[in-house]
Design a protein around this ligand. Structure first.
Ligand code: GLP
Length: 258
């Protein structure tokens, strides 16, 4: 079930999303969060960084996981999601670095421990390790999601099973094109590690964010169509506690035939 909230504009959306997180942390400072990347949550992260300046131990006791990471680039790469999170959030707030997790798209830690395994095996082991870290943390309390134009969540492209777990996936050309601005110097990787739709649906609460006219078709479809693996975000209709915060530009086509 999705509860819809239409914010006036991107700034209002970002403030509302950050407010949800601040209230979650007030209720449970030890919350376990699953976090997105992309352009949409950038404003939310700015708001959280600003809010945390006035809150003692703001994120100090929280644990974070990221939804996804590209395969084949190191965490220091400027286009990696590890870099995105380090620059926009981790280095700006009081999170304990030992409790922030981004999938390792190079399987480097696994390959150090297990020099005998090949790259593909290391990636598969990394996916299994990530799932067990989430379980060991007690599961996810609150997930924030962006939305791909084709309805992807995390990097779960159309066709992803609703019970999928953390795994290596191929990225669609449209997804790679949409993410090209993060790779001004070269090629967008063609694979990623993503938490699965099943992993995401186990989160106790979920907040979906969508901003701008480029997301209007996807939002109209999500608001009207029944769940189908062709459109990964529609899996959220099977969850009991989803808040979708969208701005007016993303909401414009709701009610039109899609
Ligand atoms: C990437 C991320 C997704 C994100 C999507 C939308 O593909 N892996 O998690 O939701 O981009 O990005 P944007 O917010 O830039 O439109």
């Amino acid at each position: 079930m999705i509860t819809w909230r239409v914010a006036d504009d991107y700034n209002a959306l970002s403030r509302e999303a950050a407010g949800v997180l601040v209230r979650q942390l007030e209720a449970n400072p030890r919350s376990v969060l699953l976090l997105p990347t992309g352009t949409t949550p950038e404003g939310m992260y700015q708001e959280i960084v600003a809010a945390c300046r006035n809150i003692p131990r703001c994120l100090r006791d929280a644990t974070t996981f990221n939804l996804d990471e590209y395969v084949g680039i190191p965490p220091e790469h400027p286009g990696s999601y590890a870099t995105y999170m380090r620059t926009r959030l981790f280095s700006q707030v009081d999170l304990d670095p030992g409790r922030t997790h981004v999938p390792d798209g190079n399987g480097a830690a696994i390959r150090r421990e297990r020099p005998d395994v090949d790259f593909e095996t290391a990636l598969a082991l990394e996916c299994a390790r990530y799932e067990s870290l989430i379980r060991a943390a007690g599961g996810i309390d609150l997930t924030f999601l962006g939305l791909g134009r084709n309805g992807h969540i995390g990097f779960n492209e159309p066709g992803s099973p609703f019970d999928s777990r953390t795994r290596v996936v191929e990225l669609h050309l449209s997804t790679r094109e949409a993410n090209a601005p993060f790779f001004p110097e070269g090629r967008v990787p063609d694979r990623a590690i993503t938490t699965g739709i099943g992993t995401i649906l186990e989160s106790r609460s979920i907040v979906l964010l969508a901003s701008g006219a480029a997301k209007a078709d996807a939002i109209a479809r999500l608001a009207s169509a029944p769940p189908s693996p062709d459109f990964p975000a529609s899996a959220l209709l099977h969850h009991l506690d989803v808040l979708a915060i969208v701005d007016r530009a993303a909401w414009t086509k709701v009610g039109e035939a899609v």
